[in-house]
Design a protein around this ligand. Structure first.
Ligand SMILES: Cc1ncc(COP(=O)(O)O)c(C=O)c1O
Length: 447
């Protein structure tokens, strides 16, 4: 039986790259959107328009181009903020999710006066000055200071971007890193949440959905537990924001991170959301031009957030493209997009009907995104990827920057197919057909 999906077929024409062929003229079947999404023409045009018509550095320019660029830059902030239900001044531009999470983790390290003591070569272990105005850090920074005995909680499903920065923070401050484990079907195990999130927990950071299993986290339960002990919460929302309605104010998280390139915008830009009063107190990581208010030969004071976190000339064209991508998503409607992808999930999960194909993660369609990691018994994921590539099908292979998750399931690597708003049922069908041939190709099943 074929699923009925909201009709997004015409929308494919808006994506120039989807019209191309690959590998001896085969139509491209792009099933790698969880790595990076393709870009609609409106996003590409908006960035080109900036460079062709009003390219200028933002803020403080005394000329019309600078004024136009500044207006577009700040309007973009409001657009991206409203897309996730928050205020413009709570959005900091970063280069992506990794940079956003690092900004928070390094902010805590800076507030703890310990930055450097991580055992990394060259680290002098002396960066501090969190108590007063020295180093531009306000007195409020001390709320983020971590000490030995404090705990940071993550999950076993995290992308390395939401794991390594916290390992580093723990190493620098003497705090302990703890995590919620995974159930056998790849969901976050919250059965022992009261043992993991305790009075000692200062930070709880987790992915809203796994980039490997596609499982959507039980966010409410985790956030409730974190709030009950007064911990700061950090949400890695980069996989959910492009695929379902996400309102950060309703979720009531303290910080959140997402990347434009996964939501049809350009690479090189992403957002850190932080509640206003927290951004006011969080120490900046990068210092220099544009993030300061007053500078003397020996000291400085920070500009108010979000400028405080945006040192140097920013990625203006990308910011503009990012906002256009969010407007484009809103035009199509996140509810309709989620419904389209929910239909695709069901079809994608049918790969488990193919002999030898085993899904890593939930095998049912509830509370999950259209991201499906799998192994083909007896065939290395890289070989699976190559056979699919020969058929014009783009999937990702490897550990998808989530080695602990793969270790949990005793597999070194997986192949991962991920769908998006422009994915069609025929794309998924092409995957199923090509996958059905993989074991035969390697001489494992008779044709
Ligand atoms: C869940 C998750 N977190 C973080 C990241 C890192 O995002 P970026 O590479 O845009 O910084 C990714 C990227 O794949 C991801 O899927």
């Amino acid at each position: 039986m074929t699923a009925t999906l909201p009709d997004f077929s015409e929308l494919r024409d808006e994506f120039p790259v989807l019209g191309r062929t690959v590998r001896d003229d085969k139509p491209l079947v792009y099933l790698d959107s969880a790595a990076t999404a393709q870009k609609p023409r409106v996003v590409l045009d908006a960035m080109m328009d900036f460079y062709e018509k009003y390219n200028a550095a933002v803020h403080r320019g005394a000329h019309q181009l600078a004024e136009e660029a500044t207006t577009a830059y700040e309007d973009s902030r409001s657009a991206v903020a409203s897309f996730v239900g928050v205020e413009g001044d709570e959005i900091v531009w970063t280069s992506g999710t990794s940079a956003a999470i690092n900004t928070v983790a390094y902010g805590f390290a800076n507030a703890s006066g310990v930055l450097g003591a991580s055992g990394m070569p060259g680290a002098s272990g002396v960066l501090g000055g969190s108590g007063g105005s020295a180093g531009g850090l306000g007195a409020g920074a001390s709320r983020f200071a971590l000490n030995e005995g404090d705990e940071i909680v993550i999950t076993e499903a995290e992308h390395h971007s939401n794991l390594v920065p916290w390992q580093q923070l723990a190493a620098r401050t003497g705090a302990t890193l703890k995590w919620l484990g995974l159930t056998d079907d790849g969901r976050i195990d919250i059965s022992d949440i009261e043992d993991v999130i305790t009075d000692r927990t200062r930070i709880v950071s987790f992915a809203h959905a796994s980039n490997v299993t596609g499982a959507i986290a039980p966010a409410e339960a985790i956030l409730d537990a974190a709030r009950a002990v007064g911990a700061y919460t950090v949400l890695d929302a980069c996989q959910t924001v492009p695929h379902m309605p996400v309102n950060l104010a309703d979720l009531d998280v303290d910080f959140a991170a997402f990347s434009a390139h996964k939501m049809f915008g350009p690479t090189g830009v992403g957002a850190l959301f932080g509640k206003r009063e927290l951004l006011e107190d969080l120490p900046p990581v990068f210092t220099g031009g544009s993030m300061v208010e007053r500078v003397t030969m020996t000291d400085f004071t920070c500009a108010p957030p979000p400028a405080k976190f945006e040192a140097g000339t920013q990625m203006i064209a990308q910011v503009i493209g990012f906002a256009v991508a969010t407007r484009w998503l809103s035009t199509h409607g996140m509810d309709a997009i989620a419904a389209h992808e929910a239909g695709l999930v069901k079809e994608l999960l049918r790969i488990q009907e193919i002999p030898g194909v085993r899904i890593i993660g939930p095998t049912d369609a509830t509370d999950r995104l259209a991201v499906v990691a799998f192994v083909v018994d007896g065939v290395h994921p890289h070989d699976v990827g190559q056979v699919l590539d020969d058929a014009g099908i783009a999937v990702r292979v490897g550990h998808h920057c989530a080695q602990p998750l793969h270790r949990r399931f005793n597999v070194p690597a997986t192949a991962r197919a991920s769908a998006s708003v422009y994915t069609s049922l025929s794309d998924v069908q092409a995957l199923r057909e090509a996958l059905a041939d993989v074991r035969t190709f390697f001489g494992m099943d008779d044709a």
